[in-house]
Write a protein that binds this ligand. Structure first.
Ligand code: B12
Length: 243
């Protein structure tokens, strides 16, 4: 498709056609929305009107993309199989939907030479309207004194049962001023709720209770929980027991 015919609807529509059935969601943003909340060292080197898309994995990704991917590939020798699977799905979708188009694909686990993340996944999710990013500064009269508290995004339908996987920047696609920035749903509006959320995410993240801060429409299956609760070195053995 020629660059001039691409716009927000065609880009997100094409990506959804490929990725929704694999358990992913896509949300558009303008680079300017993202850059405006970040210091210069973390900004993306694109004009403000450049189109970007943030890709989330939902609970269904495990059964719809990951298990079939592992079955096809075999479990041997893959380090970070989930990351490899996401990369496979996203790059296949991009090359199929946008042949010849310049797309800068950045994954959540990639670092710049400066050791900073290639993109701030939570900031991207928030400014796209996908999931509210609750930060320490969103709590009035903080009870944590000087302690650093990491922030966490909450999805209106999946609570904490999702991950932010990639940012796609379409360097040749500019978005007009008619596209307005959506506010993410504020699903944890009270001070008490936000304290509970941030404490669960920072101090008890292994019990996964932060994920249920709002009633989710779907959570990770028993199989998926078992997989993520298994130390990475033993995960391929676990996959083999499932045949
Ligand atoms: Co982690 N981790 N992590 N993690 N981690 C990520 C944050 C992410 C997004 C990965 C993913 O989904 N694929 C998820 C969070 C999902 C969510 O939010 N729902 C995640 C998770 C789930 C975890 C764990 C639960 C383990 C796990 O299951 N994977 C634990 C839980 C945390 C804990 O320790 N209790 C975990 C742990 C960690 C460690 C190893 C501790 C480090 C450090 C954590 C941290 O710094 N937040 C870690 C990292 C490094 C990351 C990673 C790779 C980068 C985060 C980072 O360095 N951010 C991200 C993936 C990614 O983003 N690529 C995952 C840089 C800091 C400086 O950014 O604090 O958000 P920041 O500050 C910026 C904003 O405040 C912004 O400017 C600041 C920068 O100047 N800003 C904004 C300023 N004003 C405003 C205003 C608005 C409105 C907005 C939107 C932004």
């Amino acid at each position: 498709m020629a660059a001039t015919t691409l716009n927000v609807e065609s880009v997100t529509g094409l990506l959804e056609d490929c990725l929704t059935k694999l358990g992913f969601e896509v949300y558009h943003l303008k680079v300017g929305w993202y850059n405006s909340v970040l210091p210069p060292s973390l900004r993306l080197a694109y004009p403000d009107d450049t189109l970007a898309v943030v890709v989330l994995s939902t609970p269904a990704m495990f059964e719809q993309a990951f298990l079939p991917f592992m079955e096809e590939r075999g479990c041997q020798g893959l380090s970070d199989p989930i990351d490899q699977c996401v990369k496979h799905c996203v790059t296949s979708a991009v090359s199929q939907c946008f042949p010849g188009q310049k797309v800068d694909v950045r994954y959540d686990y990639e670092l710049l030479p400066s050791r900073k993340p290639k993109f701030l996944a939570q900031t991207a999710a928030h400014v796209s309207g996908a999931a509210f990013y609750y930060q320490q500064s969103d709590v009035m009269d903080q009870p944590w004194a000087e302690k650093k508290i990491f922030g966490v995004c909450v999805h209106p339908r999946f609570g904490g049962w999702f991950a932010i996987r990639a940012l796609l920047v379409f360097g040749d696609v500019m978005v007009g001023s008619e596209v307005v920035q959506p506010a993410p749903p504020d699903c944890v509006p009270t001070r008490e709720g936000r304290i509970q959320l941030l404490e669960a995410f920072n101090f008890h993240w292994q019990d996964w209770s932060y994920r249920d801060i709002v009633p989710p429409v779907q959570t990770y299956s028993q199989k998926q929980r078992e997989y993520f609760s298994t130390p990475p070195a033993q995960r391929s053995a676990l996959l083999r027991t499932w045949g």
